[in-house]
Design a protein around this ligand. Structure first.
Ligand SMILES: Nc1nc2c(ncn2[C@@H]2O[C@H](COP(=O)(O)OP(=O)(O)OP(=O)(O)O)[C@@H](O)[C@H]2O)c(=O)[nH]1
Ligand SMILES: [Mg+2]
Length: 362
């Protein structure tokens, strides 16, 4: 199950990933579920990103420094884990569900070498969930004067459009995540303007999604502190533009909203599982009853035949590709309960919006 972060350099992809991971586990503390990446050798780079975000806020200046970009394309292997299931007092370990996040240096998208562009294309083709990170300040400032230059919407649209339009049956989720959006989530009018801008600039993705099994949502993230704001914009001699943000001196890391990105992803994955796998299991159950009757009548060798049936039908379903969610949630009611809780947490009011594909989420 691969999830891809997509956007040009410096828009905030790695910041969103690090913050989302941190906030999600904090919010899920009361549930028996965790997203972990223990043992992943790349774990350090997310921790470093959080340290950097804290560091740029904590100093005595009011100008916000820029942190380091990502050097190499990285797949972060996470897993969704739950504590063991107790069966008659004996703990039964549950198989974790692997979830991979693919994060790459944004330069691969815009000015990359062929091999870098190929890596992006390959990741696009392997992913069903896309987290499109947008620099909201660049999209909104001066009526979007810098949007093309900084967010390269055409390139992002090209990649996603071809993936979604070419896939006959796959389901997709596209989450637009505006960051550097502190100013635009602070009041209702600005929230609506930001939502309208995304719907306008990225309309080809939304149009193709509406004709396919694709959900599209907007979920902003504050990865630093909501009191950060745009200070000024300068063009240098070589045509580069620098956006400078300001912050209160000696402020602290107070991220917000980024965990909702994961709630949308999780409800999409749970719904996908429920719609595709559960009916399959129910059909298998029905088949089993019929088969049992037939076997009992025909041979009288009931147990041997049921065992054979189990090997042929149930085991392949259980060990099937991507069906590890079944192992994590088992045959109890946990899936239903978690699904209901996660759906309850899905925000639908501005600055969030479910643009299309409600039925793929709930
Ligand atoms: N104002 C503001 N700045 C942010 C926010 N999130 C990230 N930034 C800043 O944006 C810069 C780039 O963030 P990264 O997460 O490294 O961006 P990236 O998209 O991973 O960049 P590459 O790895 O180069 O592709 C950093 O200096 C962050 O401090 C935010 O919510 N608000
Ligand atoms: Mg990065």
């Amino acid at each position: 199950m691969q999830i891809m972060l997509i956007g040009p350099t410096s828009v905030g992809k790695t910041s969103v990933l690090a913050t989302m991971y941190h906030l999600f586990n904090k919010a899920m503390a009361g549930y028996e579920i965790r997203l972990t990446n223990a043992g992943n050798r790349m774990r350090g780079s997310l921790t470093n990103k959080i340290s950097e975000l804290k560091h740029v806020l904590a100093n005595g200046t009011t100008e916000l420094n820029v942190t380091q970009g990502t050097r190499n394309a990285t797949t972060f292997n996470f897993s969704l884990e739950r504590p063991p299931l107790m069966v008659l007092g004996v703990p039964q370990a549950r198989t974790p569900v692997p979830i991979e996040f693919f994060d790459f240096p944004g330069g691969y998208l815009t000015g990359g070498m062929d091999s870098e562009t190929d890596a992006v294309r390959q990741a696009v083709n392997n992913s069903i969930v896309f987290v499109v990170v947008i620099d909201a300040a660049a999209m909104m400032h001066n009526n979007g004067e810098y949007h093309d230059q900084i967010n390269s919407p055409d390139t992002v649209i090209d990649f996603l459009y071809s993936r979604i339009s070419a896939a006959p049956v796959d389901r997709f989720l596209v989450v637009f995540v505006p960051v550097k959006s502190e100013t635009y989530i602070a009041d209702t009018n600005a929230q609506l303007e930001m939502i309208a801008a995304i719907e306008d600039y990225y309309s080809p993705i939304i149009s193709v999604a509406k004709g396919k099994q694709t959900a599209v949502v907007i979920a902003p993230a504050v990865t630093l502190n909501a009191r950060v704001s745009l200070s000024h914009v300068e063009d240098n001699d070589v045509g580069e533009t620098k956006f400078t943000f300001q912050k209160p001196a000696n402020s602290v890391w107070e991220p917000a909203y980024a965990d909702y990105v994961l709630y949308y992803i999780l409800s999409f994955l749970l719904k996908h599982f429920r719609d595709n796998l559960q009916p399959k299991l129910k059909r298998e159950e029905a088949k089993k009853s019929l088969e049992e009757i037939r076997i009992q009548r025909a041979s009288g060798n009931f147990f041997k035949s049921v065992l054979a049936w189990f090997k042929e039908t149930v085991e392949p379903v259980r060990h099937g590709v991507g069906d590890t969610l079944l192992k994590l949630f088992g045959e109890d009611d946990d899936l239903e309960r978690l699904m209901a809780d996660v759906v309850e947490k899905l925000p639908t009011d501005p600055p969030f919006k479910i643009i299309c594909g409600h039925s793929l989420l709930k």
